[in-house]
Design a protein around this ligand. Structure first.
Ligand code: ATP
Length: 299
C-alpha cells in the first residue's frame, strides 16, 4: 500500500502552492513533512485526501486513486480543527465512527479505550466547547483514529499541546505505526520529526528541498557538531582549518566542523593542554540542516 506522488503541482490562479512534488511513502512507516508557514504541506495533504485536485501530476495509494470509497481506511486530523462545539464527546465520536463503517458498540468501545489511553475518560459526556484547546485536540485526534485507519494524515498534531500531552500523542502515533498504520504528519518542530520519522520531506515555497531517509540525510550532510568542555581556554580552536562556526560558553564551546577528520585534528591540539571534561561529536540536528537548506533555496 505505497502512497506515491508523481510530479504533483497545485496552482491557485497564477500562484504555485506545490511545485512538481514527487514522493514515495512506504506502508507502515511514519513520514514527516517539514516546512515553514505557507510551504505547501496542508495543500499536499488535501490533494492526497482527494479534497482538492492537483493541477498536474498523479497521486496513488496501492496503485489506485484515493476517493470516497477508501474513506473508511483513512484518518485525517485537519489543521483547522473541526469538531461540533455543542455536541458531547460521546455522541460526536460514536457518530463519526459509525460514518466510517463501525457499529455503535465498537465505536463506543474504541472511544473508551482511547479516552483512557489519553487520560481523559471523564470527558466522555462533556460538550466539546467545555474542554480546553489541548483537550479538544486530543478528542479530535481520537476522531481521526477511532476506526483504525490504514493511512493516517496528521496536520500539525502536536501544535498547542503541553509537553506531557505531546509525549502522550507521540507514543500513540508510534503504537499506531507498530499496529500497521502508515502515518504522514506535518510539523514545524524539527525535534518531533527527528524523534518519530524514518523518512521525511522538506518543502520550501512548494518545492521539495530535501527528501529521504533521516539517517542518510544526516550522514550525507557531512558537517558535524562538536561539543568540548575543558578547564582551560580553547578559543584557539576557531583558527583550526575546517572549524566552521564556534559558540563560546563559560564551560567550553560548541562548534560546527567540516567532517570527522577535523575533530581528530582538534583533539590532537587539545591534548596535553589541560583537563578535557567532554569531547563529543554529534550528527547535525535536522534544524541545522533545514536552516542551511532553506537558506540555499533563497539564494
Ligand atoms: N484555496 C487557496 N487559494 C489560494 N491560495 C491558497 C489556497 N490554499 C492555500 N493557498 C496558498 O498556498 C500556500 C501553501 O499553503 P499551505 O496551507 O499548503 O501551507 P502550509 O505549509 O500548510 O502552511 P502552514 O504551516 O502555515 O499551515 C500558501 O501561500 C497559501 O496562502
Amino acid at each position: 500500500m505505497t502512497l506515491i506522488l508523481e510530479n504533483v503541482s497545485k496552482k491557485f490562479g497564477s500562484f504555485t502552492a506545490v511545485d512538481q512534488l514527487s514522493l514515495e511513502i512506504q506502508e507502515n512507516s511514519i513520514f514527516g513533512f517539514l516546512g515553514a508557514n505557507g510551504a505547501g504541506k496542508t495543500t499536499t495533504f488535501r490533494m492526497i485526501l482527494h479534497l482538492i485536485d492537483p493541477t498536474n501530476g498523479s497521486i496513488t495509494w496501492d496503485k489506485d486513486k484515493i476517493d470516497y470509497r477508501k474513506s473508511d481506511l483513512i484518518g485525517y486530523l485537519p489543521e483547522e480543527r473541526g469538531l461540533y462545539p455543542k455536541l458531547k464527546v460521546r455522541d460526536q465520536l460514536v457518530y463519526l465512527g459509525k460514518l466510517r463503517g463501525m457499529t455503535k458498540k465498537d465505536a463506543q468501545k474504541e472511544l473508551n479505550t482511547w479516552l483512557d489511553r489519553l487520560k481523559v475518560p471523564h470527558y466522555l459526556d462533556k460538550k466539546v466547547e467545555d474542554l480546553s484547546k489541548g483537550n479538544q485536540q486530543k478528542i479530535q485526534f481520537i476522531s481521526a483514529v477511532i476506526h483504525k485507519p490504514k493511512l493516517l494524515i496528521l496536520d500539525e498534531p502536536f501544535s498547542g499541546l503541553d509537553p506531557v500531552n505531546v509525549e502522550m500523542l507521540k507514543s500513540a502515533v508510534e503504537d499506531l505505526k507498530n499496529e500497521g498504520t502508515t502515518i504522514v504528519f506535518s510539523s514545524h518542530r524539527m525535534e518531533h520529526v527527528e524523534q518519530l520519522c524514518e523518512n521525511l520531506c522538506m518543502l520550501q515555497t512548494g518545492k521539495r528541498i530535501l527528501h529521504g531517509n533521516l539517517r542518510e540525510i544526516k550522514r550525507s550532510y557531512g558537517k558535524k557538531n562538536l561539543r568540548i568542555e575543558t578547564d582551560f581556554d580553547i578559543n584557539f580552536v576557531k583558527q583550526i582549518p575546517g572549524v566552521l562556526k564556534v559558540q563560546t560558553y563559560s564551560w567550553g564551546i560548541d562548534c560546527q566542523i567540516e567532517n570527522e577528520a577535523v575533530s581528530q585534528k582538534i583533539l590532537e591540539q587539545l591534548t596535553g593542554k589541560g583537563f578535557i571534561r567532554k569531547f563529543e561529536l554529534e550528527e547535525p540536528s535536522l534544524n541545522d540542516i533545514f536552516i542551511e537548506k532553506a537558506g540555499e533555496s533563497y539564494e
